[in-house]
Ligand binder design. Structure first.
Ligand SMILES: Nc1ncnc2c1ncn2[C@@H]1O[C@H](COP(=O)(O)OP(=O)(O)OP(=O)(O)O)[C@@H](O)[C@H]1O
Length: 323
């Protein structure tokens, strides 16, 4: 981020307690205008509480927040679209009416809301359910309609609480495209998730939140650079003097057809001494790649094994529930 880039959201030191329980413990967040920002963390980490403080639904006990230039975000509701964690539209309403209704709550005339509702549904391949009642829809369809309702008044800032949960893989891909399209048009998007892959694909910047604290906020690339790059190597030979150039804990995965696969962190002295040792020692390099660490490994390094395990358990539970 350039220092001069305007911020859609700037929060400093937000603290929130509920009945003496510390839900959020001093969060800083900076979201540049027109960017996609992810809040990553397991259940109970404080994501929803943070989003609600940014929206002005609840006030922090301590700290400041400035959203779209205002210190009173609640007064800006007409410029913000919010998909809450609790899903729900009136079951008897038709999709297009439900979208227009949510738009009307944000100041959009109903006739215009219906017109835009039809257009949004069509753009998202949902024209065929425009006049269907919410109660006649699958959970995923109803959730997509609710997301479109969040966007109908053309907000400058879109806040999505766990938008991917409850969607199948195709709908998740469609939602990723929608989020990218919003940012391309200058809309700022902030979303919470416990699935790292969505954030890794979509976000330039993230906050990692665990137990109400933010051990990292900044560029995804910076998070990944917290770990050394990873070397993936395939050798024809399994042993030789060249092994001294590999980290002591690098273990070979011996291949049935001969040779071995290795994966280890790039040594501090870089790739050249390693390459020289491999070539001179006739290790028989079959392939070698050096890659930046993935967001998952970065998350483990930053938030700790326990938080990463909690994330994985949730992702597994969601898959088990057919999400
Ligand atoms: N209104 C409330 N009253 C009491 N405790 C609350 C309230 N809202 C949240 N908490 C507590 O604050 C902590 C953070 O909750 P929060 O909902 O922000 O987490 P989260 O990261 O969004 O998790 P989830 O994905 O499960 O919603 C939890 O321990 C939760 O039980």
């Amino acid at each position: 981020m350039h220092d001069t880039q305007p911020l859609a959201i700037e929060a400093r030191g937000l603290v929130k307690r509920f009945d003496g329980v510390l839900a959020v413990d001093g969060i800083d967040i900076a979201v540049p205008e027109g960017s996609i920002f992810g809040i990553l963390g397991p259940n109970g980490a404080g994501k929803t509480t943070t989003l609600r403080m940014l929206l002005g639904i609840i006030d922090p006990d301590v700290g400041t927040r400035r959203v779209l230039g205002s210190e009173n975000p609640h007064a800006l509701a007409n410029r913000i679209g919010y998909l809450p964690e609790e899903r729900g539209l009136y079951p008897a309403m038709k999709a297009v009416d439900a979208i227009a209704f949510v738009g009307a709550l944000r100041g959009l005339p109903t006739a215009e809301g219906r017109r835009r509702g039809y257009r949004l549904l069509e753009e998202h391949g949902f024209a065929h359910i425009a006049d269907r009642q919410i109660r006649q829809m699958s959970k995923g369809q109803a959730q997509t309609v609710q997301l479109l309702a969040t966007l109908v008044h053309d907000p400058a800032l879109v806040v999505l609480d766990e938008p991917f949960s409850g969607l199948d893989a195709i709908s998740q891909g469609r939602l990723e495209r929608t989020i990218r399209g919003l940012a391309e048009n200058g809309t700022t998007v902030i979303f919470s998730t416990h699935v790292l892959a969505h954030a890794e694909r979509l976000c330039e910047r993230i906050a990692i939140i665990a137990g109400g604290r933010v051990p990292f906020h900044g560029l995804v690339t910076e998070a990944r650079d917290r770990l050394p790059p990873q070397v993936h190597l395939e050798t024809r030979v399994i042993d030789g003097p060249w092994r001294a150039a590999l980290p002591a804990d690098a273990q070979p995965q011996v291949k049935a057809a001969g040779g071995a696969l290795w994966a280890f962190s790039l040594p501090d002295d870089g790739v050249e001494p390693l390459l020289i040792a491999l070539v001179e020692g006739q290790a028989g390099i079959q392939s070698l790649s050096i890659e930046r660490a993935g967001l998952h490994d970065a998350f483990v390094a930053i938030a700790g094994e326990a938080a990463a395990k909690a994330l994985e358990e949730e992702t597994g539970a969601a898959r088990g529930a057919g999400a």
